[in-house]
Design a protein around this ligand. Structure first.
Ligand code: BGC
Length: 934
């Protein structure tokens, strides 16, 4: 503790704790782990040197100060002796086989070529080592799903050989899986290593978290948030996964363990909720208490083993197979104990709302169509460490069907398809049959008709500011009445990426994006990716957290809350109002590239984890934008592939986590997705964004699109320009355009107001949503120049290496602009960072004159120029270069018209003049390009 409110060391310690708690140990024969102090370990697998801190894409682009990998952490811990000879062999092989970075966005390789063993290598290693560690690494991410191929979901032949050779020769082998999501695990049976641990992608402290578990400093307590089945084909979603156009969610509510425990227990290698510990626990049911809305379960947990550790207690419900088919287990509650010393006990209480026992009847089979119902019968409660082991604890009886909540049709599939349903076989075993999923009975836009907001008469500028609303001097309606149609069109356009109006390098700005809007006192909100750390494309450092799956596997809500308090402080310090995360889509299939960002196949775990993160960030006045709402369950063809899902599966599985995040986590910012669900692209899905989100869940806040996402009219094609339809459905913000005032993306907002397709009142409603959300955000304080005590304290926490950002200047280039010489600090070791914003052009050209006026002939004065984080050129002048010479650098087209330029001087003595940037027109229109990039 150094007394600072935001301390990077404390942040790191918390992240390390989380990385360790998320580790799931699947096997530990003969109590091999924890390794004893001083043990000599031989480490195999190149990923010991190249730790994957996260997956790829927007959720993995955190620019960290450091990443502690596995080898490094094990060496630093000094608990074990790392076999130096094995390490040397890898080092020299890696020199010849360097890490392959790939070709940029979505083109990173899923794995790195592994070193094949030379004869005798493993045998020699075993002679002077007590145990072996084998590290397997994988990545995947946005725009790049995993594939059911070697090198992705499956291990490569070289990796399999590596594991089997090491296991054959060593008595003790530990396999560490540094992966974003679950992978094929059949090799465990074949090679039989002593210990196997999913260590996930643990962020910048990941390696240290692993070292803590291997050394026994931390007893593993992570549990699988997904079922690991024998084969990828065993997942019922696989058969429909990855289509370009249509993706039928034929497995319906039978996702993950809901399917396997009901129909196919034998296909499971490791059940949902499974995870081992160094110690052992005993669970004793103390009480099972039923109230009107809940079942409270009190369990005494005793540490019966030899190590201090934490235990996860899971409560499952088995509902009667009534008219609606039911999964034979549904997670209804869980908790994690504090650390228990050997023989210590604690009584934990888990409250399970009956809402979670209920089923949504979308067909009318129970006579209560569109209702959550508890069908009559006995509801058995099971308590345990995982879904398979959970033991019967008691039951509650429902004499007659109870309607928990009566709702209305919403988001019905427009296409007919068959969905899974159980049928009882003779021995009582359930088998899969199929039924026709009910399609919709009415066009959702008709529901809009009955819910149209009333128009607020335009008053023009009455001098009211947003502050007058927050201070109770004016109503929101009176305030909004001042906005012209043009203002309304502008306010629904977010700007970015890397808008120069907000923190450099962030994803977007929204709210007071024009001078007029700002003059009304509408603040400029700032959002940045997310989820596991702040993405700052300016190159400024941020903290990289463990990935979503790792965090969820901790099953520790309190820990996530505490960790995201740090995130909250970091956001606040960077003047960012909302993190674009947590990502909370369901792990429908192991192949989804973004599974690493998401939490689980189970909606309760998903919702609770998101709520915990939101509560953590909220402590410091900032929030998260929960995403991607909803069904972003495959990256392949994510702009086009339509999810066809039943209303029941939506409500019980795919929307449930979001519902929990809204109702329990207080979410007030949501991101819709790129793709369509049941006929409508989500940004224009009225039922999703209005009927369910606002109507049923009483959400008050903003919905923003994913970046450059499209929307459609009923039955029509989708287009990013269709903001009119988006606003009609209450997708309040289109993210992002480069210039809201100029309507850089040529959206159809104004056209929508003029032709009446979207009413002015609907635009006003979105403006109210946006202003309302902004009033909760620190942006509102910033816009009024209010500096709170917290802000002052955070200023004290600015690190040396962040000052660069604070000094960053913005250069707007309209055709041409000169960088004043005094902006560039030419002293040794100094760097100058600039954000360049191109007004119209596409590519650009940097030119300047330089010389070394007075230095010894042999002196070398290097200047390195970086664009974004990439070195463009190093120019080294010598003392002989005393005359001015001109340098010209052609710069590639800028993504979204903005980029970061950095000049770094390795030595003093150079002079620079006439430094300018010109816009270059490449013929192609930027707007179109932005479109095609996405
Ligand atoms: C991703 C979002 C992300 C946004 C901004 C999109 O490509 O799907 O999750 O927040 O970009 O970077």
């Amino acid at each position: 503790m150094n007394g600072k409110i935001f301390d990077l060391n404390e942040y790191a310690a918390k992240a390390r704790e989380a990385a360790a708690e998320g580790i799931v140990m699947l096997k530990n024969d003969d109590h091999l782990l924890p390794l004893s102090k001083g043990m000599k370990v031989a480490i195999f697998g190149r990923s010991q040197f190249h730790y994957y801190k996260s997956g790829t894409g927007s959720g993995g682009m955190v620019n960290t100060r450091y990443v502690t990998g596995i080898l490094e952490a094990l060496e630093a811990e000094k608990c074990f002796v790392v076999n130096p000879r094995v390490k040397e062999v890898y080092e020299s092989w890696i020199e010849e086989h360097p890490f392959e970075v790939g070709d940029g966005w979505a083109k990173e390789p899923w794995f790195q070529e592994e070193m094949p063993f030379k004869p005798g290598f493993v045998e020699a290693a075993s002679e002077d080592s007590d145990a072996a560690i084998v590290v397997i690494g994988r990545t995947a991410g946005e725009d790049q799903d995993n594939k059911a191929e070697e090198g992705s979901y499956l291990l490569t032949k070289t990796e399999l050989n590596m594991i089997s050779d090491v296991c054959r020769v060593f008595k003790h082998t530990i396999v560490l899986l540094n992966v974003g999501n679950i992978i094929d695990m059949k090799w465990v049976e074949e090679s039989n290593p002593s210990s196997v641990l999913y260590v996930w992608q643990g962020g910048q402290e990941g390696g240290s978290g692993i070292a803590d578990v291997l050394s026994g400093k931390v007893t593993p307590s992570g549990r699988l948030t997904d079922t690991i089945a024998r084969n990828i084909e065993d997942y019922p979603s696989t058969v429909n996964y990855g289509d370009d156009k249509l993706n039928f969610y034929a497995e319906d509510i039978y996702v993950g363990y809901r399917y396997f425990e009901t129909f196919a227990k034998e296909k499971v290698l490791y059940p949902f909720g499974f995870g081992m510990s160094y110690t052992s626990f005993e669970r004793k049911l103390k009480k099972l208490e039923e109230t009107k809305d809940r079942v409270d379960v009190l369990v005494e947990v005793t540490n019966t083993g030899k190590y201090t550790g934490k235990e996860v207690v899971q409560v499952y419900c088995e509902a009667p197979q009534g008219r609606l088919g039911k999964p034979s287990r549904v997670l209804c509650g869980f908790t994690k104990t504090q650390s228990l010393s050997p023989e210590e006990s604690v009584v934990v209480k888990i409250s399970c709302p009956k809402y979670l026992f209920s089923s949504y009847d979308d067909s009318g089979a129970t006579g209560h169509r569109y209702s959550y119902v508890l069908e009559a019968g006995s509801y058995s409660i099971y308590i345990g460490g995982d879904v398979r082991q959970a033991e019967y604890a008691g039951s509650i009886d429902v004499a007659e069907l109870i309607v928990i909540e009566a709702l209305k049709e919403a988001m019905a599939p427009s296409v007919s398809y068959r969905r899974m349903k159980p049928a009882a076989e003779e021995n009582g075993q359930l088998s899969v049959t199929y039924e026709k999923a009910p399609t919709g009975t009415m066009d959702p836009m008709k529901r809009r008709g009955g819910n149209l907001p009333g128009e607020i008469a335009y008053t023009g500028d009455k001098g009211l500011k947003l502050e007058d609303v927050s201070e109770g001097r004016a109503s929101m309606e009176d305030f909004i009445a001042q906005l012209s149609d043009e203002d309304l069109c502008c306010i629904v356009r977010g700007e970015g990426m890397c808008s120069p109006k907000v923190t450099s390098g962030t994803a977007g700005a929204f709210g007071g994006v024009t001078e007029r809007l700002a003059a009304f006192g509408i603040p400029l909100g700032c959002c940045a990716d997310g989820p596991s750390g702040i993405r700052l494309d300016s190159g400024i450092y941020a903290f990289a957290m463990p990935n979503g799956t790792c965090l969820a596997c901790s099953f520790n809500e309190e820990l996530l809350k505490e960790l995201y308090e740090f995130e909250g402080l970091e956001l606040r310090k960077n003047n960012i109002d909302t993190l674009l995360g947590p990502g909370m889509n369901i792990h429908r299939n192991p192949l989804n590239g973004r599974n690493f960002e998401y939490f689980s196949e189970d909606p309760l775990v998903t919702g609770k984890m998101a709520a915990a993160q939101l509560k953590g960030m909220d402590k410091y006045g900032v929030t998260g934008t929960i995403k991607h709402f909803a069904c972003n369950n495959q990256e392949h063809s994510r702009n086009e592939a339509e999810a066809i899902v039943s209303e029941r599966a939506l409500r019980e599985i795919y929307l449930k986590g979001f519902e929990i995040a809204v109702k329990e986590g207080g979410a007030y910012s949501i991101m819709s997705t790129y793709g369509p669900v049941n006929g409508f692209w989500t940004a224009t899905n009225y039922d999703l964004l209005t009927t369910i989100l606002r109507g049923e869940w009483r959400f008050q806040g903003i919905v923003m699109t994913d970046w450059w996402a499209k929307g459609n009219e009923p039955g029509g094609p989708a287009d990013a320009k269709n903001t009119s339809a988006m606003v009609r459905c209450q997708n309040d913000l289109f993210m992002v355009t480069t210039n809201s005032e100029k309507n850089a993306l040529q959206d159809n907002s104004m056209e929508g107001i003029l032709n009446g397709k979207t009413t002015r009142a609907e635009f006003q409603r979105s403006a109210i949503n946006i202003c309302g959300a902004l009033m909760h955000m620190p942006a509102f304080l910033r816009s009024r120049g209010i500096e709170t005590e917290l802000d002052k304290q955070l200023k004290e926490c600015i690190e040396e290496d962040e000052k660069e950002q604070l000094d960053m200047r913005i250069l707007t280039v309209e055709k041409e602009a000169e960088i004043p010489s005094e902006w560039i600090d030419t002293q040794k070791g100094k760097s100058t960072l600039l954000q360049v914003v191109l007004a119209e052009g596409d590519a650009s050209r940097l030119s300047f004159s330089c010389r070394v006026p007075s230095a010894g002939e042999l002196s070398q004065i290097p200047l390195s120029i970086f664009r974004d984080k990439q070195l463009l050129k190093t120019i080294t002048l010598t003392g002989k270069d005393s005359e001015w010479r001109t340098e010209v650098l052609d710069l590639e087209p800028a993504f979204c018209s903005t980029y970061f330029l950095k000049f770094y001087f390795g030595q003093s003595g150079m002079e620079i003049k006439e430094c300018k940037i010109e816009e270059v027109y490449e013929g192609s229109q930027r707007l179109t390009r932005v479109h095609t990039v996405v």
